[in-house]
Design a protein around this ligand. Structure first.
Ligand SMILES: [Zn+2]
Length: 264
């Protein structure tokens, strides 16, 4: 598929669904802590962001998230985020349907102006009460005064000890955790349903900044494809065109999307 063939397809699309992954965040300089080198101190992020670590040492987990949130402070949406926000605006204006599904937890799509968004893996800026399940927005850095200056990713950093009193608390007195889907946890049912519906009902499914071959992108791409949508991938690593995707534009999303979507 050439760029102009894609643009013709886009012009005739009644319902566009976009799925974004870590590559889009990486272009804004966000540490993703996934894959090779995804270490914080000597911990694998997979091992840290888990219910097991939370149950064993919630202070350690908050130290890691406190660092992660802090490292977001100076990060801004990139041209890929803005291009997706702009194409949504144009679709709305034409009474066409648009939905964005993201695996990223940094909320940069919202900051760029995207409106119809499913955050499959939650958000770094939402907290959930372990007692009453209330979800609240929270952008405090440090998360509580006790975490001031803590969280250095240096493997030689001294690990602080945090007590229950140091952890963020809900109005009900329960302890607050990041509202993020950790490894080994399931996605929220309503997010899963919305993602499935958006994948099933679209006629163009655009995968950005993630391989269409890896879960959960693979599952949603397959749903879209089987329902008759064209599946197009924009990702650094070229994806083989196969039963999951129809075409790919290899490269950086921030460089490709504005031009491809004709919003520059
Ligand atoms: Zn509560």
């Amino acid at each position: 598929m050439s760029k102009s063939a894609f643009q013709e397809l886009l012009a005739n699309t009644r319902r566009l669904t976009v799925l974004t992954g870590a590559g889009v965040s990486a272009e804004s300089g966000i540490p993703t802590f996934r894959g090779a080198g995804g270490l914080w101190r000597t911990y694998q992020a997979t091992e840290l962001s888990s219910p097991q670590t939370w149950n064993r040492d919630p202070g350690l987990l908050w130290e890691f998230y406190n660092y992660w949130r802090g490292s977001m402070r100076d990060k801004k949406p990139n041209p890929a985020h803005y291009a997706l926000a702009e194409i949504e605006k144009r679709f709305r204006k034409d009474n066409r349907l648009f939905h964005l599904i993201t695996q990223n937890i940094d909320d940069l799509h919202l900051e760029a102006g995207s409106q119809s968004v499913t955050r499959m893996h939650g958000s770094l800026w939402l907290l959930r009460c372990c007692q009453c399940s209330l979800v609240t927005k929270n952008q405090d850095i440090p998360i509580t005064p006790a975490f001031e200056g803590s969280g250095s990713p240096d493997p030689k950093a001294k690990q602080s000890k945090f007590s229950k009193e140091d952890l963020p608390k809900c109005y009900c007195g329960g302890i607050l955790r990041p509202h993020v889907v950790w490894f080994g946890e399931s996605l929220a049912l309503e997010d899963m349903e919305k993602s499935h519906e958006a994948s099933r009902e679209c006629d163009l499914f655009l995968v950005v900044g993630t391989s269409a071959l890896v879960y959960p992108a693979a599952g949603l791409s397959t749903i879209a494809k089987r329902s008759g949508a064209k599946v197009v991938v924009v990702n650094l690593e070229p994806t083989a065109t196969d039963e999951v995707s129809d075409f790919n534009f290899p490269g950086k999303a921030g460089e490709i999307l504005p031009d491809l979507l004709m919003v520059n």
